[in-house]
Design a protein around this ligand. Structure first.
Ligand SMILES: *Cc1c(COP(=O)(O)O)cnc(C)c1O
Length: 364
């Protein structure tokens, strides 16, 4: 089988040492294993810059969406109303979750190439006093745009509402002062910037808000409070734990620390991103998001202005030479995406650029 590196924003390319951890079939009720879960929780709280008395972390089986669904369906009660700030597919997915769970919600839908505007959030909160919770995506992986969660958090806190942030593709790659911003629930998953493998999501929660959610969950397996109740005692998971994924994740956290923490990782990702955009510009390929709001995680590019450009053909050409890229996901333009997270370095960006140069030259 031919190997390739992933330039997709999760699952992403992990290190050999992270993958190697999965060669052991760990017992789930064993104390050593439960300690690993507890130490992951501790590490996550540190990465989020929160006081452990005020915040707690919960691991939840499944992909990232399971984590988002767990929060929305567990903490928003029957008399509550959620304001969803959406400027991409992941924001819209929150509305789908709300529909399925019959959660009352209001949608603030922004163009995919613009950030959610804190002023509009404020107007909506003024006009709709029934709103109790506000949710927003930090790094909208649909386009690569980085929303200004600081500005939105300020407004949401000024109005005394509960703030839920989907930081799936940014947590661990962009430093987030969770407590300082007043974020009540922040969600990410194992296979994004911490650089683990897929299998669980994690949620950092304001303890007081979590306690208030007791008994509100609409789902048994995604009940956030119940998951915490069991896990916080001694690190035992409520239902079968993804043991191999947990071991890999513990190793991935060690490697994040060894790299120099989130600040160092952010620097590497940003450098990857900067080089990528610079190299693409040389090929006449332009980013979809303006540089002021472009995040370091993933970049959406317009198709090159060449009438016979075929994405599927370029994808195959690049894959045969060692990299997998991503098709576009915005609805209003012909685009493709390149992720810059995972075990990826500037040299990979230069290699990719050279492969794409060869491809485009072969089409002339
Ligand atoms: C990856 C991602 C998710 C979760 O997607 P899954 O496929 O369920 O893992 C949610 N939100 C954002 C912004 C993401 O990047």
């Amino acid at each position: 089988m031919k190997n390739y590196k992933l330039l997709t924003p999760g699952p992403l390319t992990t290190t050999e040492t992270v993958k190697k951890e999965m060669m052991f079939d760990h017992c789930t009720w064993d104390d050593d294993y439960k300690k690993i879960t507890l130490s992951i929780i501790d590490d996550l709280l540190e990465l989020a810059h929160v006081d452990k008395e005020k915040y707690t972390a919960i691991l939840m089986q499944g992909s990232g969406t399971f984590g988002v669904e767990s929060v929305l369906t567990s903490v928003i009660g029957e008399d509550d109303c959620l304001l969803i700030c959406a400027n991409g597919a992941y924001g819209k997915r929150m509305a789908e979750i709300a529909q399925h769970a019959k959660i009352t919600y209001k949608m603030y839908l922004q163009d995919f190439d613009k950030i959610s505007d804190a002023k509009v959030v404020e107007e909506l909160l003024q006009e709709n006093p029934q709103i109790t919770h506000v949710s927003i995506v930090h790094s909208e992986t649909t386009s690569g745009i980085l929303n200004d969660i600081e500005a939105v958090a300020k407004v949401v806190k000024a109005y005394g509402k509960t703030l839920i942030v989907d930081a799936m593709s940014s947590f661990g790659g962009v430093d987030i002062e969770v407590e300082k911003l007043g974020i009540d629930f922040i969600i990410s998953s194992a296979n994004k910037c911490i650089q683990g493998v897929p299998g669980f999501s994690f949620i950092i929660c304001n303890r007081e808000k979590l306690m208030q959610s007791k008994g509100k969950a609409r789902s048994l397996s995604l009940d956030l409070y119940e998951q915490w109740e069991t896990m916080s005692k001694d690190g035992k998971w409520r239902f079968t734990s993804p043991t191999h994924v947990v071991l890999a994740f513990a190793q991935a956290i060690k490697e994040l620390k060894a790299e120099g923490g989130i600040v160092a990782r952010n620097k590497r990702y940003s450098e990857n991103n900067r080089i990528l955009i610079e190299e693409m510009a040389k090929l006449g390929i332009k980013p979809y998001i303006e540089s002021t709001h472009q995040g370091p995680i993933i970049t959406t590019f317009y198709y090159p202005e060449n009438s016979n450009f075929d994405f599927a053909e370029m994808y195959q050409y690049i894959k045969d030479r060692g990299y997998a890229i991503y098709p576009g996901k915005v609805t209003d333009a012909q685009t493709f995406r390149i992720g810059t997270i995972g075990e990826i370095y500037p040299e990979d960006m230069y290699k990719l650029s050279s492969i794409m140069t060869d491809f485009l030259n072969s089409k002339k």
